[in-house]
Every structure is written in C-alpha cells, then in structure tokens.
Design a protein around this ligand. Structure first.
Ligand code: PLP
Length: 468
C-alpha cells in the first residue's frame, strides 16, 4: 500500500494550516494559537496524528466511518470507476451503472414502500431537497399552502440555509438570519434536562403532544411535514423515552402531514438495524441519508422517498438537482460499502454482539461520580456529566466547561470522544471488536477519573439550578 509519510514538522503544518485554512465550527483565533491536530492516517478504529499518537476514534470521524478506516476495497472501487467513467450527470435523461445498482440496493434495504432515491453530496443538501420536495408534493396535490415544516429544538439537520433552518440549534440560527420562513421548532424529547418533575414516560408523551399542539396552532392545511432524527445525534445523543415515538407516529398518522426521518446518523447500522426507523418503529415517508452510506469514503447523501411521493413528484419536472447528484464514483464507493456491511453481517453483529456488550459496559459508567446518566442505543451513546444525579443538576459553571475538561482528558488518554455541552458522546465505527470496546471503556473510565479530580481541584464541583 502507498502510505504518504508525513515528513514535515507538526508546528510547520499547523502554521501553514492556520495561515490559509478556515475550519468548520471552529474559533479560528483560538485554533491558530493551539495548532490543529494533524491527522495523517487511519486503520480500523484508530487514527494516527503527525506526532505518531494512535487514538481510538470513538466518533467514527463525524459519525460516518461505519466500516472503519483503511478498507482497500473502497479505494479499488473508486479507482475502477474513475478509470471507467469518472463523472457524468443524471440531469438530462442519462444514467449510469453505479447509480442504478446503488438505487436498487437502497430500495431493497429501506423499509417497505420506500423505493426511490434522489441523490445529493451531503446530508445538508439532501435536507434542502426535502424542503423543496415536500412543498412541491403538496402543491401538485392542489394544496400549495401546506408549506410549514415542523422540527425540534436542538435538532441537527445540516449546515446549509435549509439544513440549519430545519435544525434547532440557536447558535446556528443567530448567524445568517435563520431560520428561513415556514419552519417551526417544538420541544425535544430530552428528559434529562427538560423533563422537570415528570417521569420519563410522562415526559415522552408530553413532548410528543407538542406536535399535535403545533398542528392545531398552525392548522393541518398549512403543514407539509414533520422532520426528526430517530435519535438526536449532534444534539448530544438524546435517546427519547419509550413513550415518545409511538405517540409521534400516532399523531403523524392522524393528520395529513409527511414524516421525514433524518437517518443521516441512525442509518446504515448505527442503531443495530439498517435504519433507526426500524429500531424505533417509525414509518417515515422520506428518509434522509448520508454519512454511513459511504462510510465517509466519498461525499454522498440523498432522500429515499415513498412510492406515493415519487409518483406525485414525477408527474411534472422537479426543477431541482446538483451537479454531483448521483456522482458515479461516490455511488460506486457507496455500493461497495453496502456490500461489505451486508456480506460481513456488520449490522447483525452490532445488534446481537457488540451493541449489547457495549451497552452493559456503557450503562455501568452511570455509577461513576461524574456521570448523571448513561444512555446508549446500538453503537451511539452519551454520558450526561452532573454534580448531582438525583437532582439531574447541571454544573454551576458555564455549560460545556466540564465537558471540555473531560474531552481533553480523553485526548490525553488517546481516546477521541466528543463533548456536546456537558454530555460526552460516542459513535464508534461499527466494526469495533470486543477487545476494542474494552479499551474504549478503559480509557473512558481513566478519563472520567482524572476529569473528576480536576473538576474538584478547580472548585467546579458545584451544582447549578436543578433540571427537576
Ligand atoms: C451530519 C448530519 C446532517 C448533515 O450532513 P452533512 O453531510 O454534514 O451535510 C444532517 N442530519 C443529521 C442527522 C446529521 O447528523
């Protein structure tokens, strides 16, 4: 194999990076001071930086490297396709082999009735497609006023104008005059921080009923769709109470609105089934896909839509598309990725072996003094850090302070974990082995221990106003 070896001093690379590269979701000035981590290569569940540190990547990159790093089959699929047909569009009544094969595979893997795919190069773009798609669908059905899309606070649906508007992150809305018109956000099913005195079951119903309230408020005749991640990912791996989705599904069934499941993280095995909708018993009309679709080896996303929507949308020209919709190289790589996921029974292994194993270990972290609750479904999990579990209290110090301390200790222990506020989250590659799960838990425990000591030493072990 051809490994390009890094021969530049790290500081030199960091300086050049800071001089010309603007990073996403990053405070540039702060980064320029600290210097970016230069990642040079990766294998399996491990990534290596320019100083030779080999780190367990418990985030699978950005939730996407489902089959793990370093699979030569995907490189070969890209190489073959580039040599055969590196690019052609699918706009003007053209098509090609990779996209035919990929669409057929996706229709087979997706829940019944979802058999048609519109491609994009990312999850954000796919959600932008969804906005236009659902509004056009209702317009074609003679209901042009059905335009509003209901989403949830703290949801993540991408970073384009449409994606960030669908998302419920306030810090994103504050930049660039968002959300765009006709998008409304309701309560999120985050019992830990929003459940007050209710039991999880009560709060699940309470949060779900907010959808019905919104339908009454805006009127069924003005609402096109409801969009949600089966399990909120970037919002902090918020696992909804068991009562939530059944009630949401009931509401979606009783009114004439479309249900969009944003499967960008939950799709392709993350929750132990091919799609999160299957794990949570959701029957969507549209699913957004990206990330695990190609295990991140190529940028590709899309919308898998129902037969009925495909028929209606197909009755007239849909004036929408991206130059790279159904890109042949991305499609070929995605096909190869799906082949590996299927033939190596990776999704079954998550459901029956590694998922249950990690769950038992992960939930036992809930006993650590720094951890308030430990939640996990399949291979996506979170730890809410708290100085007082009983009261479900946040820290008195600014939200995120303790999370960042903990994350830093994870890095020091060669473990890549992310902090969302004071929630620590994981989403490791789906090919993680039992031994590697043991290592992950070991390093997490060590990191929690030192973080706990540091929080106490710094005098930060103080509770703020309780969530109860
Ligand atoms: C990452 C993500 C997106 C956006 O995908 P990009 O490929 O980053 O544009 C959309 N929805 C969810 C649920 C995501 O996690």
């Amino acid at each position: 194999m051809n490994i390009i070896k890094n021969t530049f001093p790290t500081e030199d690379l960091q300086r050049r990076d800071a001089a010309h590269h603007i990073h996403p979701f990053t405070d540039q000035a702060e980064l320029a001071q600290k210097g970016a981590r230069v990642v040079t290569n990766a294998e399996g569940v491990f990534v290596t930086d320019s100083d030779g540190h080999k780190m367990l990547d418990a985030m699978a990159g950005l939730w996407c490297v489902n089959i793990g790093y370093g699979r030569p089959e995907l490189a070969e699929a890209a190489f073959r396709q580039m040599n055969t047909l590196p690019y052609y569009n699918t706009f003007f009544q053209s098509t090609h082999m990779p996209v035919i094969e990929l669409s057929e595979k996706l229709a087979r893997l997706a829940p019944d009735g979802l058999n048609h795919v519109f491609y994009a190069s990312s999850g954000s773009e796919a959600n932008d497609t969804n906005i236009r798609l659902v509004r056009q669908y209702w317009a074609l059905k003679g209901k042009p006023d059905k335009k509003i899309i209901i989403s949830r606070k703290n949801a993540y649906h991408g970073s384009t104008m449409g994606g960030a508007s669908l998302g419920g992150m306030q810090s994103m809305h504050e930049q660039g005059s968002l959300p765009i018109a006709d998008i409304h956000h309701i309560e999120q099913p985050d019992w830990w921080s929003r459940g007050g005195d209710m039991t999880p079951a009560e709060f699940g119903k309470f949060a779900a009923l907010k959808l019905e309230e919104a339908i009454h408020q805006y009127g069924e005749d003005s609402i096109a769709a409801f969009i949600a991640e089966p399990i909120q990912g970037a919002g902090g791996v918020i696992v909804p109470p068991d009562t939530y989705w059944p009630e949401m599904q009931r509401i979606c069934d009783s009114y004439e609105i479309l249900l969009i499941a944003d499967e960008v993280i939950c799709g392709f095995g993350r929750t132990g089934n091919w799609f999160g909708s299957q794990t949570l018993n959701i029957r969507p009309d549209i699913m957004t896909i990206a990330k695990g679709l190609s295990s991140g080896y190529q940028p590709i996303g899309g919308s898998i839509i129902s037969d009925e929507i495909a028929q209606v949308i197909g009755s007239e020209e849909f004036t929408h598309g991206y130059t790279y919709s159904s890109h042949p190289v991305a499609a070929a790589v995605a096909c190869e990725n799906l082949r590996i996921l299927e033939e190596e029974a990776i999704v079954d292994t998550v459901r029956n072996v590694t998922g249950p194993y990690l769950k038992s270990k992960w939930e036992s972290l809930g006993d650590h003094p720094l951890v308030g609750e430990a939640k996990i479904v399949g291979l996506m999990g979170s730890l809410a850090l708290s100085p007082n579990k009983k009261a479900r209290a946040p820290f008195k110090v600014k939200e995120g302070t303790v999370g960042v301390i903990c994350r830093q200790h994870c890095f020091n222990n060669h473990l890549i974990m992310r902090a969302v506020g004071d929630r620590m989250i994981i989403s490791p590659p789906l090919i993680i082995s039992i031994d590697e799960i043991d290592l992950l838990i070991d390093r997490t425990l060590n990191s929690l221990d030192v973080a706990y000591a540091e929080v106490k030493n710094q005098g930060l072990w103080e509770a703020g106003a309780s969530h109860k």
